[in-house]
Write a protein that binds this ligand. Structure first.
Ligand code: FRU
Length: 491
C-alpha cells in the first residue's frame, strides 16, 4: 500500500512539472532523458512483447540524486522512445531508501521480471551505514510491476563480500540455468563481481566471482553485466577507485570491460586487461543486451558522479548515450558503433569534398544543435598540426566545443574548455599508428556530443552547455589543409 502511494505521488509530480521542463534549451531531442528531475544508470534493458523497454535510476521529486525509483521508457526500434509511468518506487522495509540498479528478463514470452537492489540506510554515513539486498518485481503487461511477496530474493552477501556494497544484479540465461552477476566489494576492499546461479529464478547460489582484480581495478565494481559474442565473453562494469593512467581513466569513476573465455562449469574467466568503453567525460554504468538481431546493444548514462550539471537549475538532470553496437575487433578488443537505425533520424543532407581549408571555414554559415557530422581527413600527409571541427560556436566565436586531430601526438582531442557554463576539460584518445585516414562521426544533441573515431575504434562522449545562440559549425586548422570530405545531416 505504502509503496503504491509513493508511486502515485511521484507520477502526479512528474505530470505536473514536465510541461515546465520541456521548454528548457538543453532538452535533448533524440536521447533518452527524464521528463523531469534526476536520472542516472540505465536499468532493466530488455525486449518484451515486440518492444524494447529501458528503465532508469530516477529521483522524481528533484533534479538531484535521492531515494531511487525506476523510470520507464519503451521503443519499437531503439530510436524513438516513449515515456511510461514510473515502474518502481521505494517504500518496503527492504527497499525503503531506494530501488537501486538492476536488470530484466522475460519468462515464456509473457512475464517481465525485474531484478533490483533494495537499499536501506541505517545511519548518517551513506558509504558505511547501509544494507543492500537483491529483490525482484514482476509484470504481466510491461506497465504495472508488483514486488515479489517473498523479497528480498538474496538477503545475505557471501562471506567474502561486504553487505553494504552488494548491488546491481544482472540476470541472463545460459543453457537451462539462470545466472546473475552482482557488483561487490570484498573484505580486502577490492571490487569484484559475484556470480550466482539458479534453476528457477527464486533460489540462488553464489558460485564464485568473475574477473580478476589484482588491486589495480578499484575498491568497488558497480553495474556489472555479462554478454557473449562468438566464443568470447565480455564482462562490462564500472569500477570505482581506479587510478588515472597515461592511456586515460581520467574520470571520477570508469566504465569498461574485460574480454576473454569463460567456462560456466569451472567458473573460470581467462581475460585480458581492463579497457574503457568511452574515453570522453561522461559515460557510466553501461548496460548491454543481445537484441533481436543478435547484436550487442549497449546504453550508458551520459553523465558522471560529482560533475557539475547546469540543468539542475532548470528542473532536470541526466541523459543516456545513443544505443551503441559492440563488436569484437581483429585485435581482440571491442569496437563501438552507433546504432545503424539512427540513420532514420537524418534529414537535410549537405556535403563537401576536397575542401581546401585556410584556417577557418564557416561552411556557408552552417549551424545547428542536433546534427550528425561525418568528417574524413587524410592524416598521413597532413600539413597542419591541428585540424578539426568547432561546434556550437557563438556569434563572437569565443564560445565553442573543439573536436580535432593533433598530428604530433596522434590524438583526437575533445576540448570543452571554451564553454560559458558547465564543467570544462579536455579528453584525448590516440589513433592507431598505421592509420592513414581519420574518420570522425559526431552526434550532437542539444547538450551533448558523442564522437566515434575510425568506425568505432574509440568513442568520446560529453555533455556541453553552450549559450542559446551558439550554434555555428566550422572547420578549422592551424595551416592550410586539405579535408577529404564532410557530410552533415540535421537530426
Ligand atoms: C551506479 C550506482 C549503482 C547504484 C545506483 C544508485 O551509478 O551507484 O551502483 O545501484 O547508482 O542510484
Amino acid at each position: 500500500m505504502h509503496c503504491n502511494y509513493n508511486l502515485e505521488k511521484a507520477q502526479i509530480y512528474v505530470n505536473r512539472m514536465k510541461e515546465v521542463v520541456k521548454k528548457d534549451l538543453y532538452r535533448q531531442k533524440y536521447h533518452i532523458t527524464p521528463e523531469v528531475s534526476w536520472m542516472n544508470d540505465p536499468n532493466g534493458f530488455v525486449f518484451y512483447k515486440g518492444e524494447y523497454h529501458l528503465f532508469y535510476q530516477f529521483h522524481p521529486f528533484s533534479p538531484r540524486w535521492g531515494p531511487m525509483y525506476w523510470g520507464h521508457v519503451k521503443s519499437p526500434d531503439l530510436v524513438h522512445w516513449d515515456h511510461l509511468e514510473i515502474a518502481l518506487a521505494p517504500g518496503e522495509i527492504y527497499d525503503r531508501d531506494g530501488c537501486f540498479s538492476g536488470s530484466a528478463v522475460v519468462i515464456d514470452s509473457d512475464e517481465l521480471v525485474l531484478f533490483y537492489t533494495g537499499n536501506v540506510f541505517t545511519g548518517p554515513d551513506k558509504n558505511r551505514d547501509l544494507v543492500q539486498k537483491q529483490c525482484m518485481a514482476i509484470s504481466k503487461d510491461g506497465l504495472v510491476f508488483s514486488k515479489w511477496e517473498h523479497n528480498p530474493l538474496i538477503g545475505n552477501a557471501p562471506a567474502n563480500a561486504s553487505q553494504e556494497h552488494f548491488r546491481d544484479p544482472y540476470v541472463w540465461k545460459h543453457g537451462s540455468n539462470w545466472y546473475m552477476v552482482i557488483g561487490s566489494r570484498n573484505r580486502n576492499n577490492l571490487g569484484q563481481a559475484l556470480l550466482y546461479r539458479s534453476e528457477n529464478l527464486t533460489n540462488w547460489d553464489c558460485i564464485g566471482t568473475v574477473g580478476n582484480n589484482d588491486g589495480t581495478l578499484g575498491y568497488m565494481w558497480e553495474c556489472p553485466c555479462m554478454v557473449k559474442t562468438g566464443e568470447k565473453h565480455i564482462l562490462i562494469f564500472s569500477p570505482q577507485g581506479v587510478e588515472e593512467s597515461e592511456k586515460g581513466l581520467k574520470n571520477w569513476h570508469q566504465a569498461g570491460y574485460l574480454i576473454g573465455e569463460f567456462d560456466y562449469d569451472t567458473v573460470n574467466f581467462v581475460h585480458g586487461g581492463f579497457t574503457e568503453l568511452d574515453q570522453g567525460f561522461d559515460y557510466y554504468a553501461p548496460q548491454a543486451i543481445i537484441d533481436q538481431q543478435g547484436r550487442i546493444v549497449v546504453i550508458a548514462w551520459m553523465g558522471m558522479w560529482e560533475s557539475e550539471i547546469p540543468t539542475q537549475d532548470h528542473g532536470w538532470a541526466g541523459t543516456m548515450t545513443i544505443p551503441r553496437i559492440l563488436e569484437v575487433r581483429e585485435d581482440g578488443l571491442i569496437k563501438c558503433l552507433p546504432l545503424p537505425e539512427l540513420k532514420m533520424l537524418r534529414s537535410n543532407r549537405r556535403e563537401w569534398h576536397e575542401i581546401t581549408l585556410n584556417h577557418i571555414d564557416d561552411l556557408n554559415g552552417l549551424s545547428g544543435k542536433t546534427m550528425e557530422i561525418k568528417m574524413t581527413l587524410g592524416i598521413q600527409d597532413m600539413k597542419s598540426q591541428k585540424c578539426g571541427m568547432m561546434l556550437r560556436v557563438s556569434l563572437d566565436r569565443k564560445e565553442k566545443t573543439l573536436i580535432y586531430y593533433d598530428r604530433e601526438t596522434r590524438e583526437v582531442v575533445f576540448d570543452r574548455n571554451s564553454l560559458g557554463c558547465g564543467p570544462k576539460g579536455i579528453r584525448k584518445t590516440r589513433v592507431s599508428a598505421n592509420c592513414r585516414e581519420l574518420d570522425l562521426q559526431i552526434f550532437m544533441d542539444a547538450s551533448s556530443v558523442e564522437v566515434f573515431i575510425n568506425r568505432g575504434e574509440a568513442v568520446m562522449s560529453g555533455r556541453i552547455y553552450p549559450g542559446k545562440d551558439s550554434n555555428g559549425v566550422f572547420l578549422f586548422s592551424d595551416a592550410i589543409e586539405e579535408v577529404k570530405s564532410l557530410i552533415v545531416w540535421d537530426l
